[in-house]
Ligand binder design. Structure first.
Ligand SMILES: Nc1ncnc2c1ncn2[C@@H]1O[C@H](COP(=O)(O)OP(=O)(O)OP(=O)(O)O)[C@@H](O)[C@H]1O
Length: 310
């Protein structure tokens, strides 16, 4: 297997009575950003911890470049990770923290200054991490992940708590790391966060695989066959389109979502009835909408509450 690939196969992990990861299999391929999505408690962090050898699986395997983490020669050269940005000793200066990591892993000290530059911390390299903002701590954590120039990178909820500028920066960084041919796995409990970043998606719920798909396919499936219409003649348009065989929902005072007809046919029907419109467009679902569609059954199940007995 190539060095820039992660393979998770039939992974199983329990903590006491809690099944955190349940027969999970997926591959993180090179040259793309793979989003790892699921609600809180779905098992994302546990999976990443197992990949990084911080937790032992009860069954199955998680291999980096075909090897278990503990069999990697110099792990930092094979896989870098940002798990918990708060984990740096507050009294330690940023540069010293990275120098210690470099020395411990037999990496040249010049890499420290390179990664500090890459994450934009050169100016504050001699300050103590305790005085760092969350955004600066995230950057320092990422500098540590990049230190060994690894072909595989894992980021657990990297945008959590960041300001918009920090979020834009991280997105750009993830894209450029993937463009260099690396395998990049990034977790989030918010699908929308990955909209402009991920190429591929692994969606999990309760430790199990829900979807393994490209962002493009997922959005296309959720968008399929839906047309958005804007018209001041909402009621008449709803009647005309429904009579033409469409399923129509009013989504705003002047907006309809039409299913079952092409946009060309929708225009034809509106013209036949001399109904003016300001917009007829094929709907493109957001990633968040696609996710809702994907998990709707599971959510319905989860939010079902038994009525009180009389
Ligand atoms: N060390 C542990 N001891 C006991 N239970 C744990 C431990 N780590 C995780 N769990 C449980 O395993 C399940 C999966 O947790 P995990 O942190 O992997 O989910 P997650 O998808 O990363 O969630 P989040 O988005 O909240 O970080 C949860 O039910 C959690 O409570």
């Amino acid at each position: 297997m190539e060095a820039n690939t992660v393979e998770v196969r039939e992974l199983h992990k329990t903590y006491g009575a809690t099944v955190a990861v349940d027969d999970l299999s997926f591959t993180v391929g090179p040259g793309q950003v793979t989003g790892f999505v699921g609600p809180n408690g779905a098992g994302k962090s546990t999976t990443m911890r197992v990949i990084l050898g911080l937790d032992a699986p009860d069954g199955g395997s998680a291999l980096v470049g075909g090897r278990r983490y503990r069999d990697l020669g110099t792990p930092l050269r094979e896989v870098g990770a940002l798990l918990d940005a708060g984990a740096i000793h507050p009294g330690r200066r940023a540069r010293d923290h990275l120098l210690w990591m470099a020395q411990y892993n037999g990496l040249p000290a010049r890499r420290v200054d390179e990664v500090l530059e890459q994450v934009g911390l050169t100016q504050v390299a001699r300050r103590r991490a305790g005085g760092f903002s969350l955004g600066m701590r995230q950057r320092l954590g990422i500098a540590g992940a990049l230190l060994g120039d690894p072909p595989v990178l894992l980021f657990d909820e990297p945008v959590n708590g960041l300001d918009p500028e920090g979020i834009v920066w991280i997105r750009g960084l993830l894209r450029s790391l993937a463009a260099e041919g690396r395998a990049v796995l990034v977790s989030s409990h918010l699908m929308g966060e990955l909209e402009d970043t991920a190429d591929h998606l692994i969606v999990i719920g309760r430790g199990r695989l829900v979807a393994d798909t490209t962002v493009r396919e997922l959005v296309a499936a959720a968008s399929a066959d839906r047309v958005v219409v804007r018209t001041a003649h909402r009621t008449q348009a709803m009647t005309a389109l429904a009579n033409a065989g469409a399923t129509v929902a009013a989504t705003d005072h002047d907006r309809l979502t039409v299913t079952g007809l092409t946009s060309e046919y929708v225009i034809k029907v509106l013209n036949q009835h001399a109904l003016p419109f300001t917009e007829v467009a094929a709907h493109r679902a957001s990633l968040e909408e696609a996710y809702m569609e994907l998990t709707r059954d599971a959510v319905e199940f989860a939010t079902y509450t038994r009525p009180l007995e009389a």
